[in-house]
Design a protein around this ligand. Structure first.
Ligand code: FES
Length: 262
């Protein structure tokens, strides 16, 4: 009974380690780990009963001195030896199962990263790539990296302004292409989509808690609860004249609390 339970514990622990390594659902990993712990507890309990010394031991008369305990029967010693080796195997399996989640922490993707990469075209939610003239001056649209329109954290507001109206620092001047400028659509206050562009005042407006961002100055917050600018996406043109990203955002998108939870 105890050996069978211990074997179950070992197999479940190895299964949890393999499931974690293969990125199976965390529920499966948790269930296997729980099964392993339960089986190990059963094995320990059964072993305590099976391997205890018999109630009646025959003690030779003073063969090793008056204080020496009576020797255990050979079959009990043999079972303890075999069972002890099985427990060492079980400990190794438990260690493996515990190690894999720790190792996987190092493999986790950068949580403040998005799907934007250098050369990724800006496409509409329908997947249409955009050229600098596709938006009318004063226009705004939501874009995603080509092939990743399913990545909500990568949503970007593409705005078309009059050429030269932006008032960015020297390091960002060439992030604008023919009046096209791009900012993360995820509000830095609580993560709502920034949905409204007031062209006359060059302001982006978040309807959730009324944060207002000054587009001309790099989408700095000017009122409302947001305290951080909307991250700007540096733009470039590819050989075919389509708008592309120069890389991922330089800062995390969304509220700071998103990136503190690891
Ligand atoms: S989420 Fe945008 S102002 Fe609160």
């Amino acid at each position: 009974m105890s050996a069978a339970a211990l074997l179950v514990a070992i197999l479940a622990a190895l299964g949890a380690a393999v499931a974690a390594a293969l990125h199976d659902p965390v529920v499966l990993v948790g269930l296997l780990a729980a099964l392993s712990a339960f089986a190990a507890a059963v094995a320990a309990g059964a072993a305590a009963v099976q391997l205890r010394a018999p109630n009646t031991l025959t003690e030779p008369r003073h063969p090793q001195g008056p204080s020496a305990p009576p020797p255990l029967p050979d079959d009990v010693l043999a079972r303890r030896g075999a069972f002890g080796r099985l427990w060492w195997i079980a400990f190794a399996a438990f260690a493996l199962a515990g190690l894999e989640p720790l190792i996987s922490l190092g493999r986790m993707p950068r949580r403040n990263g998005t799907a934007w990469r250098g050369g990724a075209r800006l496409v509409t939610p329908q997947g249409t790539p955009l050229r600098p003239d596709d938006l009318a001056v004063g226009g705004v649209t939501t874009v995603f990296p080509e092939g990743r329109v399913d990545a909500p954290e990568s949503a970007v507001l593409l705005l078309r302004l009059q050429d030269g109206v932006m008032q960015l620092g020297p390091e960002r001047r060439d992030w604008v292409q023919q009046g096209n400028v791009a900012f993360s659509k995820i509000c830095t206050h609580a993560g709502c989509p920034v949905a409204i562009f007031r062209h006359l005042t060059y302001e982006l407006y978040c309807p959730c808690h009324q944060s207002v961002f000054d587009v001309l100055h790099g989408a700095q917050p000017v009122s409302g609860p947001a305290t951080r600018a909307l991250p700007q996406l540096a733009l470039d043109l590819d050989r075919d004249g389509y708008l592309v990203a120069r890389g991922d955002f330089a800062e995390p998108v969304g509220p700071d609390s998103w990136w503190r939870t690891l």
